[in-house]
Ligand binder design. Structure first.
Ligand code: DAH
Length: 338
């Protein structure tokens, strides 16, 4: 039996030294140290050993067992924890800072538009929408803009080529004032709406012009509406959007759909290192009785004010953007600063 133990130890260690992966190690384990392995059957044979030899054989059996099991443990560690395949790639350093994923966000114009909707929403204005493809009726006629008005020149507008010559001319709207007409055609007063949206004009693109830009239109119709309500509304808007030092100034002007008409300026701080300055933001006025008549409202009973301004202007003012083109070029280096 001592001889057999000798052979078992040698073959076990020899075979173990040839083991190179977890699978082979498992095979070896089953063969030598498993429940039905050679070590176990050798131990079972101890009972047949003559009495006087038992102590010596038992001692040797223990030594062989320890040698084989010890060799198995160190082989297991060598092959990786739990005998898993050894990792060949670079070490994973869990203390390294993670890679921060680049998270996108909404375009500054979308955010400004939503903020404006929010500010006017708190003053009781709800949002109305109208089509970008419009007709003369809504873009001009019902807004009291006569046929000979220069704003109606074909070269001043994007007209659509119609399939048939008899079709009503259609155009990309040049102003959101169209929505005033559409709302009043479909609703009875009183009403209080704003309408943000795209408008189109064949202007040459430069730092302050674009062939497409955004306007925000406002219309309030009720009994006893006056110019004071208009100025208060614009003033409150200026304060809540641009801060407590914002001021509003109305300068007499002319628009066919309002009487009286004004341009409104806001004194706003465009840049932190400069004092606030007067910036022209848009037009406004009291709705012209001719407009009320065009939509079937009685101008003796109803009054209203309207205003319209460019959303790009507001965004440029609020964020100190020097060139309108930056808002449309979608350069991530620019957008990520806003
Ligand atoms: N629609 C005008 C424009 O595009 C702006 C405007 C002026 C809108 C006066 C109004 C208004 O509602 O009352 O220049």
């Amino acid at each position: 039996m001592l001889q057999q133990l000798e052979e078992l130890e040698q073959s076990a260690l020899r075979e173990l030294s040839a083991v190179a992966d977890a699978d082979a190690l498992e095979q070896w384990r089953i063969a030598y140290v498993g429940a039905k392995g050679k070590l176990k059957s050798m131990a079972a044979g101890l009972k047949d050993v003559p009495r006087e030899e038992k102590p010596a054989v038992g001692k040797r059996l223990n030594e062989v067992k320890q040698a084989i099991e010890g060799a198995f443990e160190s082989k297991k560690n060598e092959l990786g924890s739990g005998g898993a395949p050894k990792c060949s790639g670079p070490m994973l350093d869990l203390t390294e800072p993670g890679l921060v994923p680049a998270i996108g966000r909404r375009h500054v114009l979308s955010r400004v538009r939503d903020e404006l909707v929010d500010v006017f929403g708190r003053m009781g204005f709800s949002v109305a929408q109208g089509p970008e493809l419009e007709d003369d009726e809504h873009n001009f006629v019902k807004l009291n803009i006569p046929a000979e008005h220069p704003a109606r020149e074909a070269s001043e507008n994007f007209y659509i080529e119609e399939q048939s010559a008899s079709a009503e001319p259609r155009m990309l709207r040049s102003q959101t004032s169209t929505v005033q007409i559409r709302v009043m055609e479909n609703h009875q007063p009183p009403l209080k709406i704003i309408s943000p949206g795209r408008v189109y004009r064949p202007d040459t693109v430069d730092a302050t012009h674009s062939f497409m830009f955004h306007q925000l239109e406002g219309l309030y119709v009720d009994r006893n509406v006056t110019m004071v309500d208009l100025k208060t509304t614009l003033f409150q808007f200026a304060r809540s959007y641009f801060g407590p030092e914002a001021e509003v100034r109305l300068v007499p002007s002319y628009f066919p759909f309002t009487e009286p008409s004004a341009e409104f300026y806001m004194k706003i701080r465009l840049r932190q290192d400069k004092p606030p300055e007067w910036v022209e933001l848009g037009g406004c006025g009291m709705v012209d009785p001719a407009v009320f008549e065009a939509v079937g409202y009685d101008p003796e009973e109803w009054q209203g004010f309207a205003f319209g301004f460019g959303i790009e202007r507001i965004a440029m003012g609020k964020y100190g953007v020097p060139d309108i083109r930056m808002l449309f070029e979608n350069d991530v280096r620019f957008l990520s600063q806003l």
